[in-house]
Ligand binder design. Structure first.
Ligand SMILES: Nc1ncnc2c1ncn2[C@@H]1O[C@H](COP(=O)(O)OP(=O)(O)O)[C@@H](O)[C@H]1O
Ligand SMILES: O=P(O)(O)O[C@H]1O[C@H](CO)[C@@H](O[C@H]2O[C@H](CO)[C@@H](O)[C@H](O)[C@H]2O)[C@H](O)[C@H]1O
Length: 450
């Protein structure tokens, strides 16, 4: 059977018993598994699609949407759903040994090796061919905006990611979303809207696939000569260089993205009740964070007054779609010096509805200001003035391109910086405890000066 032939959808229940023991050992250990620290009690399959038959002599490719059952889920909320692409072969060649998940012990596929399909160039290549040929396979719908070149060699990107990415021939990058939720993923929705509005700051999606309910993957041009803003900032610090020109240009780029999003998608005027709601939500996030990370507790009164001050400042503003998790690691600078912005998914831990809701633009600006602080804090000796100059240059660039200087509303900026620092405290406590002092230093600063 040729590798581009139509494939089938198996009755999910037929496969699950053979896969369950393998998934138990493998899935919770993956970098992208969001339920770490909670027991896995079982799996259910939402869909199982054979993109290549599993029972042939060569490799098979199985696409799964798997729900992971874990205790402690709020009543009425569904278990988290993950996207898996599993290779299945009678024998695994030695070069694929590191990708092995385990061997099936029962049923008609007993004895076959199950492995990470994306690590197999043949299967990763097949996925690209599916994207090149729009259409439907079982529950999966494939779309393209343009004709794509055939047969580009794939490689897995080995970045520390919340999702998984494959680069094809240094021309395109395919991001496979791992935890999938019903609704359009903003990482497809916003770049498509920006491309439609003529904004060149974001690599425009050229193909994607989805189930009708959820976005599963997006293919975009790969900016091969670019470097990310975080690495560039750390290099500048290490070499004793300023980063203000870059920060200024980044401020301009952020403003261009915001203006284009406000043109392409609905905006709304903020009403009094919404301002109260936004300030109350910051307060609620602070309380939840202080439960999770008790080091925050002594700062709660000081931080609450920062949020209370924001309620008035929010009063007359507007809401629009924004990036939602903007930091230096989400920016790429090309060899021509132009900045691009990537990863419009928003903060990965937040529900999709919340990530897609219109927000004040200052939220993104505050995220980037925190990032300059992070960069300076990771450098010894700590260079607070370097960060202050970057932050000022970024705001100046933003003001020049948008006509609005974020520093004109200091109470608002401070509240959003505080909200971001609170988020970072929880993020670092969970994922990188060694980094916790970085946002905690910001918490001390923001809670004590009035
Ligand atoms: N269009 C692109 N061109 C070049 N590199 C990219 C592109 N998109 C993403 N990357 C690289 O892939 C990494 C992960 O992408 P990202 O969208 O941030 O994934 P995740 O949401 O899984 O963190 C980025 O840090 C960047 O280095
Ligand atoms: O890139 P992600 O969408 O996975 O974002 C998460 O991880 C980030 C760290 O990788 C985290 O960012 C924090 O650390 C950065 C330095 O590593 C710093 O530049 C950011 O300012 C800081 O917030 C991000 O918050 C988190 O959502």
């Amino acid at each position: 059977m040729p590798e581009t032939a139509a494939s089938t959808t198996r009755a999910p229940d037929a496969l699950l018993p053979s896969l369950t023991p393998l998934l138990h050992g493998w899935l919770p250990r993956q970098r992208w598994f969001a339920g770490k620290g909670r027991r896995v009690t079982g799996f259910t399959l939402d869909a199982a699609t054979e993109l290549l038959p599993l029972d042939g002599a060569g490799p098979g490719l199985l696409h799964l949407l798997v729900r992971v059952e874990q205790p402690g889920r709020p009543a009425g909320t569904p278990a988290d759903c993950y996207q898996l692409l599993l290779g299945v072969r009678p024998q695994l060649p030695p070069r694929l040994a590191p990708a092995l998940i385990g061997r099936i012990r029962q049923g008609p596929l007993a004895g076959r090796a199950v492995y990470e399909g994306l690590r197999d160039p043949r299967l990763a290549g097949l996925l690209y061919e599916r994207l090149r040929a729009p259409g439907r396979i079982g529950p999966l719908n494939f779309h393209t905006t343009a004709a794509l070149p055939p047969a580009l060699a794939p490689r897995v990107l080995d970045a520390e990611q919340s999702n998984s990415s494959l680069v094809y021939g240094d021309s395109f990058i395919l991001k496979i979303f791992r935890r999938v939720s019903p609704g359009a993923n903003p990482d497809l929705e916003l770049p498509l809207a920006l491309a439609g509005a003529g904004c060149a700051r974001v690599p425009a999606p050229v193909a994607w696939f989805e189930t009708g309910a959820a976005t599963l993957g997006v293919l975009q041009p790969y900016l091969r000569d670019s470097r990310d803003g975080w690495r560039l900032a750390l290099d500048a610090l290490a070499d004793g260089r300023e980063f203000t020109d870059e920060a200024f240009a980044l401020g301009r780029a952020t403003a261009e993205v915001h203006l284009a999003l406000a043109t392409a998608l609905p905006t709304e005027r903020l009403h009094r009740a919404q301002s109260r709601h936004l300030a109350a939500a910051m307060d609620a996030r602070l309380h939840a964070a202080a439960q999770a990370v008790p080091a925050l507790l002594p700062h709660v009164p000081g931080l609450r007054s920062v949020f209370a001050a924001a309620e008035d400042a929010l009063g007359s503003g507007r809401l629009q779609r924004i990036h939602g998790d903007l930091h230096l690691g989400q920016t790429l600078r090309g060899s021509d010096g132009a900045w691009a912005v990537i990863d419009f998914e928003g903060e990965p831990a937040k529900p999709l509805d919340e990530r897609r809701s219109p927000q004040p633009t200052v939220r993104d600006i505050a995220g980037m200001l925190r990032s300059f602080d992070y960069a300076a804090r990771t450098h010894r000796p700590w260079n607070a003035d370097w960060a202050a100059r970057c932050r000022a240059a970024y705001c100046t660039g933003y003001a020049e391109a948008s006509g609005t200087d974020p520093r004109d509303d200091p109470a608002l900026l401070r509240a959003y910086e505080t909200d971001k620092a609170v988020y970072e405290v929880v993020y670092e406590a969970r994922h990188r405890p060694d980094w916790l002092p970085v946002p905690m230093a910001a918490i001390e600063r923001l809670s004590s000066t009035s």
